[in-house]
Design a binder for this molecule. Structure first.
Ligand code: B1M
Length: 210
């Protein structure tokens, strides 16, 4: 019931209703992972399919995305372990030319949920910004998200820039996003690839060896 309603209201872009329903579902004792997968991600998948078939267009997808991010914010405390001692630090961004941030936000939340500090650089982030952020924040792990076939090569550009700056051996690099594959990750010199946010958090922990 809640799951269907969350999915439907998300598809309609009703951020306030999505927030309220997510809170009600949590209060009713439904697990945050179930709300995430069967409510929020389900709704966004339906929108994604309609977008592909030209049944809805960018404005509808954008307001659905806002509703998704609003719902994620309500889920955040339930997904993130409160008061855990920091196990390390990661920086995360969506690469240059790419404005998709829902997957990145989810990956960030899951990593934080494992007690790792995450510095979020945002979307449309170029190589220089990542290199500078490594110098400033001294992370153990760099997480790069790309949702477009046209921007996934910018993951390579960032990895190349990190190497050129002499920082490659200081960080482990994880890449992901819908068009990215394990083979691509190997080809561009990343240390890891995962298909989803929960596995991304596991990969980060394995990099930190905790
Ligand atoms: Co865009 N878009 N979009 N879009 N959009 C896609 C990606 C697309 C597949 C839709 C389609 O045509 N079927 C298509 C890409 C096609 C391609 O490249 N082959 C596309 C396109 C074409 C575009 C535009 C070019 C459209 C246009 O303007 N004509 C444009 C580009 C803008 C830009 O970035 N420069 C555009 C714009 C937009 C909106 C702004 C409207 C909006 C984004 C809003 C936002 O993010 N705030 C949007 C959306 C929402 C989508 C779809 C519908 C949904 C993406 C999403 O959030 N999914 C998407 C279609 C689809 O994916 N079905 C689509 C939910 C999210 C939880 O999943 O991000 O895949 P995802 O993240 C997953 C995994 O990939 C993984 O974990 C997450 C979940 O567990 N993951 C990682 C992600 N990052 C990771 C990093 C990791 C590890 C795992 O390690 C570091």
């Amino acid at each position: 019931m809640y799951m269907q309603d969350i999915s439907t209201q998300l598809q309609k872009g009703k951020a306030r209703d999505v927030k309220q329903l997510v809170q009600e579902a949590l209060d009713a004792g439904i697990s945050p992972v179930q709300i995430l997968n069967e409510g929020l991600i389900h709704g966004m998948s339906v929108i994604g399919g309609k977008f592909k078939n030209n049944e809805v267009f960018v404005p509808e997808v954008l307001i659905a995305a806002r509703a998704m991010n609003a719902g994620l914010e309500i889920l955040r405390p339930a997904l993130v372990l409160a008061g855990t001692k920091s196990r390390g630090k990661a920086i995360i961004c969506t690469v240059q030319g790419d404005l998709h941030d829902i997957g990145k936000n989810l990956v960030k939340m899951m990593i934080e949920g494992q007690g790792v500090d995450v510095v979020d650089l945002g979307v449309d982030i170029d190589s220089d910004t990542v290199v500078e952020a490594i110098r400033v924040h001294q992370p153990n792990v760099v997480c790069l998200s790309a949702l477009l076939t046209t921007t996934m090569m910018n993951q390579k550009a960032i990895i190349d820039a990190i190497r050129k700056a002499g920082l490659r051996d200081r960080v482990r690099i994880l890449v992901g996003g819908a068009p990215v594959t394990a083979q691509f990750a190997t080809e561009i010199g990343a240390d890891g690839y995962t298909a989803d946010a929960a596995s991304a958090a596991e990969a980060v922990l394995s990099f930190l060896k905790v």
